[in-house]
Design a protein around this ligand. Structure first.
Ligand code: NAD
Ligand code: IPM
Ligand code: MN
Length: 356
């Protein structure tokens, strides 16, 4: 029996509801594949602020560092929205990414045949979309110094710094080319090099790194154009590599294309640690009702089986189960359309487990 230590960080809003679902699915898979998961739960986000005053308590970081992988659901909510940037639930998430050096966030976006009519785009545009956004996660404007709000010339001024070191661009570019080699061998690097020096350097380093990957096609695209092309011809994308802020925005867009944010999983990886988290947030508008779509969290757990546990067959099993329940017409509210069966979080989870 192979044993894995998993840090479980449910967080806020729908977080605990979807985390419970993912763990039930993992337990079902573990029986079939003779795996053993040892879960250790930790506080993060608003829940951690309420209990300890800190969105990322030391104890949580310790649990994460002693684990083989971290599962994180979502953080944030209205209750904590008036705290200063540095004290908010979201800061706990940003800090754990930084502390674990999770420099790359892989966000696959795939069109499910059963969900073609949940997409805001025409079926002909969306059918066959299969892309991955590789978002730089520990640098850029999210972490750049100086930052702050201060008084200048008699009024308040807010500022942040978008900054990338050569080594940060190089390692994410290398990863993008490596991943493209296992896919359709095309990388689109997204920047704003016509305006920003940080992007001019980004483009230069990505181009340089490409010389070791001549079998992969590289194209550069400005972020405004990319946002437009994603709705116009999403099928033309394979691997999109971009900085922290642009990646945040474009991956939500990619999520909406393929149906719902509630479907999009992600893996945040570095040299030593890995954390698996859905792309969506804590969905305060539906929290506590048991109706959230658990699929993004469940597919994030599948990415863990693939990347950390290296049991790709178990990951494929979960993905296939998800596809089957969608084909059978099961839908949570976010992906519901007339003629399909509306189910809650538990019913969706049980239906998925039946196929494992
Ligand atoms: P959100 O992703 O939480 O919600 C956006 C919309 O999508 C809402 O209508 C929500 O109901 C819906 N939605 C999201 N996930 C869903 C799911 N699994 N099933 C069904 N519907 C789903 O984004 P927001 O409303 O902008 O942010 C809410 C809070 O979450 C904020 O505090 C924000 O900072 C935080 N947030 C956290 C993360 C994270 O923890 N990784 C990511 C994004 C936002
Ligand atoms: C995400 C979220 C986070 C981000 C927030 C909550 C800090 O939007 O994971 O996409 O901006 O990275
Ligand atoms: Mn986001």
């Amino acid at each position: 029996k192979r044993t894995f230590k998993i840090a479980v960080l449910p967080g806020d809003g729908i977080g605990p509801e979807i985390m419970e679902a993912a763990i039930e699915v993992l337990n079902a898979v573990s029986k079939k594949y003779d795996l053993q998961f040892e879960y250790k739960e930790g506080l993060i986000g608003g829940a951690a602020i309420d209990a300890t005053g800190d969105p990322l308590p030391d104890e949580t970081l310790k649990i994460a560092k002693e684990s083989d992988a971290v599962l994180l659901a979502a953080v944030g909510g209205e209750k904590w929205d008036n705290l200063p940037t540095d004290k908010r639930p979201e800061k706990g998430l940003l800090r754990i990414r930084k502390e674990l050096e999770l420099f790359a966030n892989l966000r696959p976006g795939k069109a499910y045949t059963a969900l073609l009519d949940s997409s805001p785009l025409k079926e002909t545009l969306i059918k066959g979309v299969d892309l991955v956004v590789i978002r730089e996660l520990t640098g850029g404007i999210y972490f750049g110094e100086p930052r702050g709000i201060e008084e200048r010339k008699g009024e308040k001024v807010g500022f942040n710094t978008m900054i990338y070191y050569e080594h940060e661009v190089k390692r994410i570019a290398k990863l993008a080319f490596e991943i493209a080699r296992g896919r359709k061998k095309k990388v689109t690097s997204v920047d704003k090099a016509n305006v920003l020096e940080v992007s001019a350097l980004w483009r230069e380093i990505v181009t340089e790194t490409h010389s070791d990957y001549q079998d992969v096609e590289l194209e550069h695209m400005y972020v405004d154009n990319c946002a437009m092309q994603l709705v116009r011809r999403p099928k033309d994308f394979d691997v999109i590599v971009t900085g922290n802020l642009f990646g945040d925005i474009l991956s939500d867009e990619a999520g909406a294309l393929t149906g719902s944010l509630g479907m999009l999983p992600s893996a945040s990886i570095g040299e030593r640690y890995a954390l698996y988290e859905p792309v969506h947030g804590s969905a305060p508008d539906i929290a506590g009702q048991g109706i959230a779509n658990p699929i993004a969290m469940i597919l994030s757990a599948a990415m863990m089986l693939d990347i950390t546990c290296k049991v790709p067959q178990a990951a494929r099993d979960i993905e296939n189960a998800v596809e089957k329940v969608l084909n059978e017409g099961y839908r949570t509210g976010d992906i519901w359309s007339p003629g399909t069966k509306k189910v809650n979080t538990k019913e969706m989870t049980e239906a998925i487990i039946e196929h494992i």
